[in-house]
Design a protein around this ligand. Structure first.
Ligand code: GTP
Ligand code: ZN
Length: 222
């Protein structure tokens, strides 16, 4: 949990605390450099790469890069716990698996700041309440729009859903290509990294894990 709390450095205005979400809202605010400082850093990188930041084609690039980073790293300004705050009473007694498959995401690895492109599969076993389907995808999106390792992102998604929704169990699988392994370094194109994590009934009952895996691979067999 601590790791998740530490990953909220820039949330500007903490919302009202509730018993369920307080742990996700008490996070330190760190000094953020100004936009001008960020643009100056991009200019330095352009020069370091060997180009001239004053040539016409690059003149607006620092501003564009900063604007793009604001979007790509907007997950630091958002709280995944907030997304899960609105729930619905269990629909018509439904308490079986809810699985969102193939949630596409773009993230950036914390080692090289190079894209991680992949999809997440997230399931939970409701325990008296369900959450809007889009909220699960929003949680994935918020964590993806931070610097990540795939393992951390997998664990963070499961932890926040387990802590806030308190279902009988959560299962998360992420499949992703790390461009730091294909564009540079070892240069292995097309390799996929798969990570999984399970809580509650998914952790304790192997048959629930199998059912999750089967539904991820072929939902007709679930
Ligand atoms: N476990 C894990 N490793 C990652 C992830 N994304 C990137 N990496 C790895 O992070 C490692 C960083 O290794 P370092 O030796 O510190 O850095 P490097 O010299 O740039 O490594 P190379 O990529 O091997 O050239 C590399 O092996 C990457 O493949 C991730 O999500 N999870
Ligand atoms: Zn990397």
């Amino acid at each position: 949990m601590d790791a998740i709390i530490r990953n909220f450095p820039h949330r500007p205005e903490p919302q009202a605390k509730s018993a369920d979400t307080s742990a996700f809202l008490d996070r330190p605010v760190t000094d953020r450099p100004s936009r001008e400082e960020a643009e100056a850093a991009v200019r330095t990188l352009l020069r370091w790469a060997g180009d001239d930041p004053d040539r016409e084609g690059l003149r607006d690039t620092p501003a564009r890069v900063v604007k793009a980073y604001q979007e790509l790293f907007s997950g630091y300004d958002r709280c995944p716990a907030d997304e899960l705050g609105r729930t619905f009473e269990e629909v018509a007694g439904f308490d079986d698996m809810v699985l969102l498959k193939d949630i596409s995401f773009h993230s950036h690895c914390e080692h090289h700041m190079v894209p991680i492109i992949g999809k997440a599969h997230v399931a939970y076993l409701p325990n008296g309440k369900v959450v809007g389907l889009s909220k699960i995808a929003r949680v994935v999106d918020i964590f993806a729009r931070r610097l990540q390792t795939q393992e951390s992102m997998t664990a963070q998604i499961a932890t926040v859903i387990q802590e806030i929704l308190k279902p009988r169990g959560v299962a998360v699988m992420i499949e992703a290509e790390h461009l730091c392994m294909s564009m540079r370094g070892i240069q292995k194109q097309g390799s996929t990294t798969i990570t999984t994590t399970f809580t509650g009934a998914f952790k304790e009952q192997p048959e629930e894990q199998v059912r999750f895996m089967t539904m991820v691979r072929d939902p007709r067999k679930g």
